[in-house]
Design a protein around this ligand. Structure first.
Ligand code: NAD
Length: 768
């Protein structure tokens, strides 16, 4: 019987995004395409009050999905959720800043909403019939919302996940990717309008049918060649050769289509990525309709892809969006909705309520927050951590809200003794969020192990350096042999550099991919392992064998672009604030005295996350300041520019930070300190360079907050009440006395310890 309910089964449901591997355009002419699910996800879930979430019935994809799925449920005698129980849709990872990445969010959204209704009606989303129903309904809804366009391949991957072979009207067949194949997607810099590119190609086809057919023939043969490459699983070298040929043929076909359509299908940035990939002997092609969206790069291992990523980012500012190492799941039920970092009024709540709110937002068990108690680290553990233990110094840990980075929300744990750091970071992150949040790219986790060689004998230093260089392959192998477990985790030696420091000193750098560890001990092991061989090769004597803390190959690069209006402060309009922040940035760029203070403000945010996650803050500080002097003079780690629109008016503020982030999510105290473990769990157990990106974002936010205050009202006013509280506490005020004394100090305009003590005396004596 059909009825209207919303039962307990209305749990969250998610569906992945997608990207074309090959077969674009050819698929529209009936040929096969290969499409893969990408693990960025759209979630349909019940609204959460603490985040102020509301369903958006105006989205054409949600509306079409609801209309068709409720119709289907009624037609099949299933219970239909109440009309007012529309889910909220949250997308995670589909954007960089305010820009969409072309990863198929509309199909994922449509599929997630359809799945949510099916699950709410009691269907098991893993059952083949439910999947088939989801596929049919979502496909129709997606086509309806797109007014008839679309190949349906994106819905197929949203429902089934993995990689599929797909042809219009020919169904969907799963394909498996060989285990050795690493796939990365690069951001080609501009959102492509698939619709207008396809229309331009159609117009070109009408003008010159023969050339069009020739190009499509090439694209179709490329798709077939690629699929044969995937079948050739036993011999990676042959299979990869076929994938390279397939990409080359495909790109020729696309260039032919581009000239036919007189459209920028192969943009300059796309050609740059293709060139760099080809030079590194990888295979690459645009993913999707071209025009600037994404480029897919195929490699035989992750290290090859990392090398191209480093080259493209550092030479052209082109970022690797994500690696696709395993096939993503399709439509699935989720235990909880994704993190939403906007928690209304967190600062107004009690500590217990805040713990509950963060637990609710992250899905952690509220009982875990006992690990945030001052007593969480016990004496016995502490006694094993350092020597001559007599006790603890505890610091407050707070949560910074509003962070959104690469389309994903984070609640950021921060440990710091200075008032206002967490509030300022949260406030700045909210402004940055208004511009789409932070976008970032992290270098691969490459660190440098150094071996110092000093002169023995009279050989020329150039000859000695050359003898060492000549055995690079052997030395890389030796480095790898010293850490077989690191190798098994996908890390290992990535390169070697030989530097001559003076006529009697050579230093050899071994670049090591440390994966998720900070790597100090790993690197020291490598340095010691290769030193004897270096002595043999050079005839010189090795002295120091240790990591370098200048982690300049392992930086995190984060940007944001804030709409100027959001920056308004104290009756100073937003564009003017943006311009003043740029002036403040230029001051730091010109003057090391200012740059040091500028960077201190950045480290307020960075160090607080480094500390909260149990990482080595001395290493972070040493590295950051050495990096700040990389251009020969100490400079700012973050810079700001006002962005002009039409008529020269400032429309936005652009901020950029690059900072070395030699931090780990394993090793050191990250796993031994219970509060650090909790902090990493609150962050969602970030992997790879993600933790470094969060730290860089916290630094950029802190910098923005400080510069905005300085460029408008000056820093003292905002600091006054927080400073007054600190002074009141230092004078002995407790509980409600703290606020009372702080307010009196502000009222008398004298925030001094002796005044606080006097006021406290009066308060306690009841003299006021
Ligand atoms: P560590 O010594 O704990 O080693 C990390 C361990 O984690 C390794 O044994 C590794 O095999 C293992 N591991 C598990 N999963 C891993 C994964 N996914 N990726 C990588 N490794 C994984 O820690 P570390 O990072 O080598 O060294 C960090 C510690 O060394 C910090 O406590 C730091 O303070 C200290 N330290 C620093 C310096 C310096 O900065 N100059 C010098 C010496 C020591």
């Amino acid at each position: 019987m059909t009825s209207s309910t919303q039962g307990p089964l209305c749990g969250p449901v998610s569906a992945p995004g997608k990207a074309f591997l090959i077969g674009e355009y050819a698929v529209l002419e009936g040929h096969e395409a290969v499409v893969t699910a990408v693990d960025v996800r759209a979630y349909a879930h019940a609204p959460r009050d603490q985040h102020g979430e509301r369903p958006d019935p105006t989205s054409p994809f949600v509306a079409a999905a609801v209309e068709l799925v409720t119709g289907w449920l009624r037609g099949h005698d299933h219970e239909v959720p109440k009309p007012d129980s529309l889910p909220v849709v949250t997308t995670v990872g589909f954007t960089t800043g305010a820009r969409k990445l072309g990863l198929g969010s509309s199909a994922a959204v449509t599929t997630a909403v359809v799945g949510w209704y099916l699950r709410a009606a009691g269907l098991d989303l893993n059952a083949p019939q439910a999947r088939q129903a989801a596929m049919n309904i979502a496909r129709e809804a997606h086509t309806m919302a797109q007014e008839g366009r679309g190949s349906g391949a994106d819905v197929a991957t949203a429902v089934y996940g993995g990689t599929v072979r797909f042809a219009l009207g020919g169904g969907v067949q799963p394909l498996s990717l060989p285990g050795w194949l690493t796939i990365g997607f690069f951001d080609a810099g501009a959102p492509a309008s698939t619709g207008s590119l396809v229309k331009a190609v159609e117009a070109g086809a009408r003008r010159d049918r023969a050339s069009y057919e020739l190009a499509i023939t090439e694209l179709a043969s490329a798709s077939r060649r690629f699929q044969s490459g995937l079948d050739e699983q036993s011999d990676p070298a042959t299979a990869f050769g076929m994938i390279q040929e397939a990409c080359a043929v495909h790109n020729e076909g696309l260039r032919a289509l581009a000239s036919l359509a007189k459209s920028p299908i192969m943009s300059e940035r796309i050609e740059t990525i293709l060139g760099a990939s080809q030079w590194a002997e990888l295979a690459a092609k645009p993913s999707g309709a071209g025009g600037g969206d994404l480029v897919v790069v195929f490699a035989r291992d992750s290290a090859q892809l990392d090398r191209v990523a480093v080259d493209l980012y550092h030479r052209f500012g082109i970022a690797l969006v994500r690696k696709l190492e395993t096939d993503a799941n399709g439509l699935r039920a989720e235990p909880r909705p994704p993190v939403n970092s906007r928690i209304h009024g967190l600062f107004k709540r009690s500590v217990t309520q805040r713990r509950e709110a963060v637990a609710l937002a992250t899905g952690l068990d509220p009982a875990r927050f006992k690990d945030a108690d001052a007593t969480a680290l016990d004496l016995e553990t502490a006694n094993h951590m350092v020597e001559n233990v007599v006790g603890f110094l505890t610091l407050p840990m707070g949560i910074a809200t509003n962070f959104c980075l690469n389309g994903r929300d984070y609640l950021v744990p921060m440990c710091v003794e200075e008032a206002s750091v967490i509030a300022a970071a949260s406030n700045a992150a909210k402004m940055i969020r208004a511009g789409g949040g932070f976008s970032g790219f992290s270098d691969p986790p490459w660190m440098i192990a150094q071996v110092q060689l000093v002169r023995v004998g009279h050989d020329s230093i150039e000859d000695v350096a050359e003898w060492v260089r000549a055995d690079k392959a052997g030395l890389l192998e030796l480095a790898d042999d010293s850490h077989p477990r690191l190798l098994a985790r996908g890390g290992g030696a990535r390169g070697m550099e030989v530097r001559t420091l003076d006529t009697d000193t050579i230093v050899v750098h071994m670049l090591i991919d440390c994966r998720d560890a900070m790597g100090a001990n790993l690197l020291n092991t490598v340095a010691e392992a290769i030193a004897p061989r270096l002595e043999q090769l050079s005839g010189w004597r090795s002295v120091l064998r240790i990591l370098s803390n200048l982690a300049d190959r392992r930086a995190s690069h984060v940007s944001c672009r804030i709409p100027a209006a959001v920056l308004e402060a104290n009756d100073i309009d937003g564009p003017l604030v943006a311009e003043r922040i740029e002036e403040a940035s230029r001051f730091a760029e010109l003057d090391p005295y200012r740059a040091t203070t500028h960077n201190k403000g950045i480290m307020n945010g960075v160090d607080a996350v480094v500390l909260a996650t149990g990482n080595d803050w001395r290493a972070m500080e040493a590295s950051a300041h050495a990096f700040a002097v990389k251009d020969g003079r100490y400079g700012p780690l973050a810079t700001w520019r006002a962005i002009k629109g039409e008529a020269g008016r400032t429309i936005a503020l652009q901020g950029d930070i690059s900072i070395p982030t030699a931090v780990g999510t394993v090793g050191g105290a990250t796993r031994t300190h219970p509060t650090a473990r909790l902090a990493l769990d609150i962050l969602g157990q970030p992997m790879g360079g993600e933790l470094g990106l969060v730290m860089a974002a916290a630094g950029l936010a802190s910098n923005l907050a400080a510069l905005r205050a300085l460029a408008t009202e000056g820093i003292q006013r905002g600091h006054m009440s927080l400073h007054a509280r600190t002074v009141a506490m230092a004078a002995g005020a407790r509980g409600a006395e703290v606020e009372s004394i702080a307010q009196r100090l502000i009222d008398v305009g004298e925030i001094k310890p002796e005044r606080a003590e006097a006021l406290l005396g009066q308060l306690r004596a009841g003299d006021d």
